[in-house]
Design a binder for this molecule. Sequence first.
Ligand SMILES: [Zn+2]
Length: 209
Amino acid sequence: MVALFASATLSQAASVNSYISAHHISHVKVTKQLWGGFPHYKYRHGKGKPEGVVVHETGNPSSTIFNEIAYMKKNYRNAFVHSFVDSKHIINIASTNYLCWGVGYPGNARFVQFEQVEMHSKASFAHEVENAAYYTAYILHEYHLKPNDAVYDGKGTVWSHGAVAKYLGGSDHTDPKGYYKNAGKKYFHQAYTMSQFYKLVLKNYHQLS
Ligand SMILES: [Zn+2]
């Protein structure tokens, strides 16, 4: 009984990353569905020269990836990102060779940006996080950028929207911190953090290299 209880406690407390490893959860492929309506402006260092990746979360508890994408095409003049991720899809809608409008000035001229849609189960959250970490690694690899966690010091290639806001300005957004924290607590009994996410990015990056 004691051993059973201990292992049940351990598995409940397992981090999202351990769960992904233990269940051999693997990412889906990137689907390119580039839409012609987005504007094409160069990054500050030029076309095809992003300096890192920004991870977002929509903040919408009831949307799907498909209605998020439809909404963004209608409202791109206010804001748009390059790609959307959920548990089953990584959909690239705007060319990552040109900037998007997700974090304001000056971050927009520097980073590839993607949104995560909110998931509502343990397994779907784990699949989404794996897809998000893979996509981050995939972009770093594609643009010959070295992984470097920017969230704690404002320097590097892997950013949250919150870190961009804190170190570079442009908005007062904090995502995806709250979503990671709440979904982690709800499904894994501990907050998921950007520093854990960064470890998952590294794991994916090394598998690509
Ligand atoms: Zn954001």
